[in-house]
Write a protein that binds this ligand. Structure first.
Ligand code: NAD
Length: 327
């Protein structure tokens, strides 16, 4: 029997790639419900599959922020056992906090947090009755580390992390596995799609010049970070496929080890001060002096032995960062 998988946010990026990959599986092991907010965008998915909709694929309309749309999609799937739910729909928001509109902040939480909550609520009772199922949620490195000028996006992904960490405990006796996939930069339309004010535009005219300068630097840094380190969709799909098929998937998996030193530093430094300094140096200071885009040693080298003394590891990680204090 086929493994049935429902995925949200399939009109582009990771959702599109995962739906196409599973639907085109040579051994036809999967039945995919590829859901998207705007059905008109389904053509891209079909193009991936050579223009035709195989019987391993059903495309459904689902806006995760619309209860009626969710109820309709749930009804369409009813009667067919759902083995895997992939909550992937997500939106970004960048910019100085002072400039984030209520509307934009609310949208981020409506999609990233409540969209996932409502989708899980819709499919969880049937999974519990069957005492089987998997839930995979697209989180982010921004769900593990606060990234500058991404405060509301990070807040939404931290919320998703807390939601899933809590839920996983209750789902364990039901034999339902919950996995958070934490991506770093991935080559999708995510960066282009995300809402962010232009640092030279009128939206920031009331903002202090220093924050505007930091934001300008951050955008440059972010672009070079994407250029140099972004993973291809195919690469991150491996992690999703693993979470779908491995017998006991973990609660968390990152798609790249690139940010692990910063995550380790964060854990090794509970009061957060070394972490805040390191993040500032990495994300904001390097670009400040027109340095050529590069990754600091903390992301490339050994930040410490990770084996013992957290204080020492924190110091090692801090020390491995370039020192810009006297540039
Ligand atoms: P993407 O923009 O291509 O895909 C996001 C999808 O979510 C889009 O298809 C969009 O239409 C859909 N979506 C937005 N609002 C929706 C709604 N209300 N209902 C249903 N669908 C909706 O970007 P992506 O990179 O493929 O993003 C997928 C997930 O990965 C997101 O949760 C994102 O936060 C996460 N992520 C992406 C990156 C990255 O660098 N690309 C990094 C970390 C995490």
């Amino acid at each position: 029997e086929k493994t049935t998988v429902l995925i949200t946010g399939c009109s582009s990026g990771i959702g599109l790639g995962l739906a196409a990959r599973l639907a085109a599986d040579g051994a036809r092991r999967f039945k995919v419900f590829a859901t998207m907010r705007d059905m008109a965008k389904g053509e891209q998915l079909l193009a991936h599959l050579g223009g035709c909709c195989p019987d391993t694929l059903e495309v459904l309309q689902l806006d995760v922020t619309d209860p009626r749309s969710l109820a309709a999609a749930t009804r369409r799937v009813q009667g067919q056992r759902l083995d895997v739910l992939v909550c992937n729909a997500g939106v970004g928001l960048m910019g100085p906090l002072e400039t984030c509109s209520d509307h934009a902040m609310k949208t981020v939480f409506d999609v990233n947090l409540f969209g996932a909550v409502h989708t899980i609520q819709a499919f969880l009772p049937a999974m519990k009755r069957r005492r089987a199922g998997r839930i995979i949620v697209s989180s982010s490195i921004g769900g593990l580390q606060g990234l500058p000028f991404n405060s509301v996006y990070c807040a939404s992904k931290f919320a998703v992390e807390g939601l899933c960490e809590s839920l996983a405990i209750v789902l364990q006796p039901f034999n339902i596995h919950l996995t958070l996939v934490e991506c770093g930069p991935v080559n999708t339309s995510f960066l282009a799609n995300l809402q962010r004010p232009d640092p030279e535009g009128s939206e920031l005219q009331d903002l202090d010049a220093e924050t505007r300068g930091l934001y300008r630097r951050y955008l440059q840094h972010c672009q070079s970070l994407f250029r140099e380190t972004a993973q291809e969709v195919e690469e991150v799909l491996q992690v999703f496929l693993e979470a779908i098929s491995t017998p006991c998937p973990p609660l968390r998996c990152v798609t790249t080890q690139l940010f692990a030193p910063l995550s380790r530093l964060r854990l090794a430094n509970p009061d957060g001060s070394a972490y805040v300094r390191a993040m500032h140096d990495f994300h904001l200071a390097a670009a400040a002096y027109g340095c050529p885009p590069h990754l600091p040693a903390v992301l490339l080298g050994d930040p410490g032995d990770g084996a013992g003394d957290p204080e020492e590891d924190a110091q090692d990680a801090g020390a491995a960062l370039p020192d810009f204090s006297d540039v």
